[in-house]
Design a protein. Structure first.
Length: 506
């Protein structure tokens, strides 16, 4: 046993906390992982020694024992079982189930992206595993490919959530430690973790949405150069739609990714399992047969959520088949682009999965905690004056953004970054318009106007796809159609009574 820059380095044959080291499996930011033999039982375990930086953190040290105890009590086929935890010579350690296999990060490095069915199958498993973690009152905080272990044959792998080294109890309130050190991986981190706000189980829902995007496209959601640019994108840039980058993907999966990656936690799926079931339904064209619900308890529970019961049920549920298909509404995504122009400057290749030390999986089955579904609030029916006021405010915001970022050259020549800005602006406007409930007397006129705004969003998306394909003719056609139909949209707006939207205020 040797010390290296504060780390405890163990050699083959060394003993630590009673475990005999067989070999080192890997090293990451939170610790070193060894394959070791457990005394007495003679079984192989994954023994993780926590990094000195984390061990020196008073908050981490105080909670380590309690959180390890909670994690060890979790029994779920998609969660790595923890056998024991403790401290030896001032070094915290965790002993976990070990299985020979690989992790999802290595799989993606070799393959790039997964087939949609394989990607969704993994997300369903991980969603169920995260639900079990949340039901125990923990938030993982660092869901990423390197923390997903795989066993079995390619295409039918069994997935396991691992690495509780950073799965801090949600009572730490944010992604920052007491010393200001950030906990999480930049390509999968939720906005509230970045801003230091109170967090709950929905940060893992956000990360799982990012992971679904990665599995479907082979790219992280916000490939930016530099940490600051990536953090800024999570805070301000609209969630990307997978089908824009992989046209063969069902557009219904766009809804799932964009809702999961909503900037506001309240707009996301209430549970990771809900996300997985929605992805499965989107891929199959069916409908989810189980009402959305939160499963998180204790410190992982959302403040506005009703504390779930401790009754158990078996998951995943069956999905109802349905032939109905629709063009997706970008639910809960593509939010306000206050600084959307940053896309023009920052779109670049890059962004990795982050490195991690993993290597333990488990096979213990258990029921899952469920809760009564939370009823969705009914939208308020607006008066005519309220509808006009709120609708004109949406139009004013969209127009100001468009004028601020309008590029005459990019209107004529295919420009991917510029097109993404316009997709964000138009999609955000559609989302806000669809959230308004018009008075019955104006409903037909209002719905006709909203439909015209959906067409704008569609043409902007067509232009983006054309720009990415370097198809100048298709790009010009989409732009020209969008601009040529402006007068028609203004007439529809005038029928509702809008002033800004109809252009009568100019």
């Amino acid at each position: 046993m040797v010390k290296s820059r504060g780390w405890t380095e163990l050699a083959d044959g060394d003993e630590f906390a009673g475990y005999r080291i067989e070999t080192r499996l890997g090293r990451g930011g939170m610790g070193i992982l060894y394959l070791a033999l457990e005394p007495g039982l003679e079984r192989r375990v994954a023994l993780k020694l926590i990094a000195p930086e984390a061990a020196a953190d008073e908050v981490f040290a105080r909670r380590f024992a309690e959180e390890s105890r909670i994690a060890a009590a979790i029994e779920h086929p998609n969660v790595v079982p923890i056998y024991a935890a403790g401290e030896e010579d001032g070094v915290p350690w965790i002993a976990m189930r070990y299985v020979a296999g690989s992790d999802l990060a290595r799989r993606l490095t070799q393959q790039g992206k997964l087939e949609p069915a394989a990607a969704v199958a993994l997300i369903v498993q991980l969603g169920n595993g995260l639900d079990a973690i949340h039901a125990a009152g923990l938030v993982h905080r660092d869901v990423k490919p390197a923390n997903v272990l795989l066993s079995g044959e390619p295409g039918s792998e069994h997935a396991y959530i691992t690495d509780f080294g950073v799965a801090r109890n949600a009572a730490t309130e944010s992604g920052l430690t007491q010393t200001g050190r950030f906990v999480g991986t930049l390509d999968y981190v939720a906005p509230e973790q970045i801003s230091g706000e109170e967090i709950d189980a929905r940060v893992d829902v956000y990360a799982l949405g990012c992971l679904l995007y990665k599995l479907l496209t082979g790219e992280v959601p916000f490939p930016r150069e530099g940490e600051a640019a990536r953090l800024y994108a999570h805070l301000h840039d609209p969630p990307p739609a997978p089908s824009l980058y992989v046209p063969s993907l069902p557009m219904a999966l766009d809804d799932v990714v964009i809702r999961a990656m909503s900037k506001s936690p309240g707009d996301r799926y209430p549970s990771a399992g809900d996300l997985g079931r929605a992805a499965q339904a989107a891929l199959s064209g069916g409908a989810v047969s189980v009402a959305e619900r939160t499963v998180a308890t204790g410190a992982a529970a959302t403040r506005e959520a009703v504390e779930p019961t401790r009754e158990t049920s078996q998951l995943p549920p069956e999905l109802e088949a349905s032939p109905a298909r629709r063009r997706p509404l970008l639910v809960g995504g593509l939010l306000a682009l206050v600084a959307a122009a940053v896309i023009v400057a920052l779109v670049a290749s890059g962004g990795g999965d982050g490195s991690g030390v993993d290597g333990a999986v488990g096979d213990t089955a258990a029921g899952e905690t469920t809760a009564k579904p939370k009823p969705e609030p009914e939208p308020k029916t607006l008066t005519k004056a309220e509808l006009i006021s709120q609708g004109d405010a949406i139009c004013a915001e969209s127009r100001n953004k468009f004028l601020r970022y309008r590029d005459p050259v990019a209107e004529e020549v295919p420009d991917v970054a510029y097109s993404r800005v316009l997709v964000g602006i138009s999609s955000n406007a559609v989302e806000q318009f669809e959230a308004l409930d018009p008075p019955p007397g104006l409903a037909p006129e209002y719905q006709a106007y909203v439909a015209s705004q959906r067409e704008v969003m569609g043409w902007d998306r067509d232009a983006l796809a054309a720009a990415e394909a370097e198809d100048a003719a298709a790009y010009a056609e989409a732009r020209e159609t969008r601009n040529a139909t402006e007068s028609e949209r203004q007439q529809l707006a005038e029928a509702v009574g809008f002033h800004v939207c109809s252009g009568s205020d100019l």
